[in-house]
Structure formats: structure tokens, C-alpha cells
Design a protein around this ligand. Structure first.
Ligand code: ZN
Length: 400
């Protein structure tokens, strides 16, 4: 209400911080209008179950994008929120420019500037992408919604500030089935496919943090997370995880440094992600990544007879690698934030730490979560062996 009023009175806010209990989705439309041109919008989303793919249909109704339950779900959550912000800003001839987007503990938080300008808002379609995610091996591919091309040599005929021509994108980037494991793809998105952070801004925040030590209680953690953020490959959306790759092939897990070295030896870039401890963010295509994993599986053989026929592992390992991976450790494989021993992925301070259950509508507190967990855990697996849980009435067919 306040936000709508500020817009009606033409008194926009310089900074709006949305941090409601639950989803901020109902407030996003008012917020992108009520913030001034170039103003800052901060949004916290605690509805991670929705954003991380547990209920993609709810995610669509709230954020206008389908979330996926992939290994990359935490980064995808950030991209879904940014997509939603940009989409709503576009309705009012505005657009968002992310400064910093972080996934922490049980929530995501996005800091973005909102800029006015109808011409620039046109570029938004080409900044969003659909995500094809293979259900078998977890390979993912992005499909941009639009295409922005430079006018090139005809630039003199184009009005100033209009250097791009926009059109429909062509695709899809995948066949009917996955080229590696022959399984189907899930379709998610659209999500924001441009950089999540303004690295220059993040460096300034880090510098400000250095200048005033002891100002924040969470200083160590802030320094750790922001350092990883500056190391992230900004032009590579989403990531794979070490355990995800090796569990697909049922092989040993290479160490982070071994896999990173192999990718660097093969001529690709690789980085961590602040959103996941085991993340491997790389510009290597999935084909190269699977070739590296096939080479790893040759060094650490998988028991082929135990792989089910037609399983993703069997199909991927049936192909000979075309790339000869080297797992010799490289110095540059160890990222600087890791070398410096920064506190990047802190452990939870205590057991069952995190958001507690919502207060009941009629007042009062919900029954203790811990008690409920104990009552319900292993509900399906713990069955007495004495047969008391089986039907003990005679079958109709044999009833005399
Ligand atoms: Zn696949």
C-alpha cells in the first residue's frame, strides 16, 4: 500500500528492502514501481522449497518460472527471482541490474538496481533462458528466449542508444533425448541467464569490509562468501557438482582439485560457486565434462557388471572418450579463497538450526518440530518383522 502510494505521489524510495515471512512475490510488482530510477531493491525469499524445485507449479504461479530440482537448484532459485523481478519491471518500462545475489543457509537474497528506459527493457527477452535438465545424467543446457544482434555496418542508420536488433531465438539446444544417456529432459525456467553479480560492486563491498574490521559479527563469513562470489565465472549460468557427476557414473569421486585441474588442462575455465560447496562451474560443454569423467572411470574402474543395462552410467561409459584428461594437479586449480582458508561454507551452529514452524493462525505455537520429526521419521521403513502389520483376515477367494 505504502509502495503504491509513493508511486502515485511521485515520491519514489531510493532503497526498498523486502523481507517478508514467506514469499515476497505479492510485493514485487509494487516494489519495482516504487523504487526510484537507479534505486536499490533488496529482496529476501525464504520459500526455498518452492524456488528449489519441490513444487514447480507453485513457483510458476508466484514467480512466473518453473523451478527444477537439480543439483544446481540454489543458483537456479536466484535466477528465478531475478527473472521475476525483471519481468515485473519490464511491465513498467524498467529493468533490473543485479549487484549481488547470494544463496545462504535457508534463503536467497538479491540486491539489484532498477533502471528506467523502454529501449533497454527490450533486451530483457534475450537475457532469459529456459533450462533443459536431463533426468538421467543431470546434464543441462540453456535456451535463450530471444536473440539480440548488433546492427553492425548499418549502425549509422540506427538511432543512438539502439545498437541492437531483437528477434526470436532458435532452438532447441537438445534432441528429443539426452545425447549422453538417452533419457528425457525436464524443462525449467525461464530464468535470468546473465551475470548474477556486479563484480566491481562486490569488490568495493569487500574493500569497505577491510576498512572497518570488527563492524559486523558475521564479518568472516561475509568476507568468505564475497570472495567466492568474485571468483565465480559470471558468464556461466548454473553448475555441476562433484558428487553429482560421480554418483551418475557410480565411480569414486575425484577431489575438487583433480577435477578442476583436468578441466584447466583441457583448456576450459572453472570456478566454485558460493551456492554449493561441491560446485563445479565451468564453460566446458557437457560432452567434455563426461569425457573427463570417463577418463577418471578408466583410472578408477567401475564394476560394469553391477550397472543396469540402459542406465545412464552404462550408456555414458559405453562410449570411448575422445579427450585425454590429465588429473595432474595444477597450481592455479586451487582458488585463492580456498588457499587463504576463508570461511566460505560455515557449518550450522547447532542441530536443527534454521527457520522454525510458522505460528498458528489462531495464535499459539505449532507443536515442536523436533517432537513431530521423531514421531514421523522412518514412518514408512520401520515395520515390525513379526507379520503383525500384514493382513490377518482370510482372502475372499479362499473363504468358505
Ligand atoms: Zn542425460
Amino acid at each position: 500500500m505504502l509502495m503504491h502510494q509513493s508511486r502515485a505521489n511521485r515520491e519514489p524510495f531510493d532503497v526498498i528492502d523486502l523481507d517478508p515471512y514467506g514469499s515476497p512475490a505479492p510485493f514485487l510488482d509494487a516494489a519495482v514501481q516504487a523504487v526510484s530510477d537507479g534505486g536499490l531493491l533488496c529482496v529476501t525469499c525464504t520459500d526455498m522449497a518452492v524456488l528449489a524445485g519441490n513444487s514447480p507449479e507453485t513457483c510458476y504461479s508466484k514467480y512466473g518460472a518453473v523451478s527444477l530440482k537439480g543439483k544446481f537448484c540454489h543458483e537456479m532459485a536466484l535466477r528465478v527471482v531475478l527473472h521475476s523481478l525483471d519481468l515485473r519491471a519490464n511491465c513498467h518500462q524498467r529493468r533490473v541490474v543485479p549487484l549481488l545475489a547470494v544463496s545462504a543457509d535457508f534463503y536467497v537474497r538479491v540486491f539489484a538496481r532498477v533502471l528506467a528506459g523502454q529501449a533497454q527493457a527490450k533486451a530483457s527477452a534475450s537475457k532469459q533462458a529456459l533450462v533443459y535438465h536431463c533426468v538421467g545424467c543431470g546434464s543441462h543446457h540453456l535456451q535463450r528466449l530471444g536473440k539480440a544482434t548488433r546492427h553492425g555496418d548499418r549502425c549509422d542508420r540506427v538511432p543512438a542508444g539502439w545498437p541492437f536488433k531483437y528477434g526470436a531465438a532458435t532452438g532447441p539446444p537438445v534432441g528429443p533425448t539426452c545425447e549422453f544417456c538417452q533419457q528425457r529432459h525436464q524443462l525449467g525456467g525461464p530464468v535470468w541467464a546473465e551475470p548474477l553479480h556486479d563484480v566491481a560492486f562486490v569488490r568495493r563491498v569487500l574493500a569497505a569490509l577491510e576498512r572497518s574490521p570488527g563492524r559486523f559479527g558475521t564479518e568472516q563469513r561475509m568476507r568468505g562468501v564475497l570472495s567466492v562470489v568474485t571468483e565465480e565465472l559470471s558468464d556461466v549460468p548454473l553448475y555441476y557438482t562433484l558428487d553429482g557427476l560421480s554418483s551418475t557414473l557410480h565411480c569414486n569421486t575425484p577431489s575438487l582439485l583433480q577435477l578442476r585441474s583436468a578441466l584447466l588442462h583441457a583448456g576450459y575455465r572453472v570456478s566454485l560457486s558460493h551456492a554449493c560447496k561441491n560446485a563445479v562451474k565451468t564453460d566446458a560443454p557437457p560432452a567434455a565434462l563426461w569425457d573427463i569423467m570417463r577418463c577418471w572411470a578408466k583410472l578408477h574402474p567401475v564394476k560394469r557388471e553391477r550397472l543396469a543395462e540402459g542406465s545412464p552410467a552404462a550408456r555414458i561409459l559405453a562410449v570411448e572418450p575422445t579427450l585425454q584428461a590429465s588429473f595432474a594437479l595444477r597450481d592455479d586449480a586451487n582458488p585463492s579463497s580456498r588457499k587463504r582458508g576463508l570461511k566460505r561454507f560455515p557449518e550450522n551452529p547447532e542441530a536443527f538450526w534454521g527457520p522454525k514452524a510458522r505460528a498458528k493462525a489462531g495464535g499459539g505455537i505449532s507443536p515442536a518440530l523436533q517432537e513431530k520429526r521423531q514421531r514421523l521419521q522412518n514412518k514408512r521403513t520401520e515395520r515390525p518383522d513379526d507379520g503383525s502389520s500384514l493382513k490377518n483376515f482370510p482372502c475372499k477367494r479362499f473363504k468358505e
